[in-house]
Design a protein around this ligand. Structure first.
Ligand SMILES: [Zn+2]
Ligand SMILES: [Zn+2]
Length: 185
């Protein structure tokens, strides 16, 4: 029996290929694909080089992402969403029972652009998800400093980077810190 598209529901998935030697099940309605991680690992092992993207990270937002919870077409359990990277809002759905991933239209190409096509299984690990979250938290903190410091932000960044790279950073900070006493509250 053919599986139904978890997104369009009434449409059936049909055999397709994400890459010449990577089979999947795809939906003609929404363009999404169900990718078996077993097939993916097999494909990955037969790649001569790590599949790297072309480094073009432009227009990441143009790929529409499913934000609703999806049910696995094979077992009907809810699929779990995994953030791909801090650079893209996209999430990939995975059925942890069946090891089947759902890629919305264009998401495989997105992975390729982010040089993640060869690292798909890494995306589904806790360390990867933690890193995406901490990168985002750092960016939000930077954004707040940017708003707070205004025109001086770029200068402050330069000084910070310079301090990070200089062996005498502690001494320099102690020296500079003397101006605290001169600054009106
Ligand atoms: Zn569909
Ligand atoms: Zn399943």
């Amino acid at each position: 029996m053919a599986s139904s598209c978890p997104h369009c529901k009434e449409r059936s998935l049909h055999p397709s290929r994400i890459e010449a030697d990577l089979p999947a099940l795809s939906c003609d309605g929404c363009g999404g694909s169900l990718l078996s991680l077993v097939a993916y690992r097999h494909w990955r092992e037969n790649q001569p080089e790590p599949a790297n993207g072309n480094g073009d990270d432009g227009s990441l937002d143009e790929i529409k992402d499913t934000s609703i919870a999806l049910c696995c077409p094979k077992c009907q359990h809810f699929m779990t969403k995994f953030r791909v990277s801090a650079d893209a809002r996209n999430q990939i759905d995975l059925c942890v029972h069946c090891d089947e991933a759902w890629l919305d239209r264009g998401e495989w190409q997105l992975l390729d652009r982010l040089a993640l096509a060869g690292k798909l299984t890494l995306v589904f690990t806790q360390p990867w998800q933690n890193r995406v979250r901490s990168t985002e938290a750092e960016r939000r903190a930077e954004q707040r400093w940017n708003e707070r410091l205004g025109d001086d932000y770029v200068r402050a960044q330069e000084i910070r980077e310079w301090l990070r790279s200089t062996p005498q950073a502690r001494e320099i900070l102690a020296y500079v810190n003397q101006v605290r006493d001169d600054i009106p509250l």
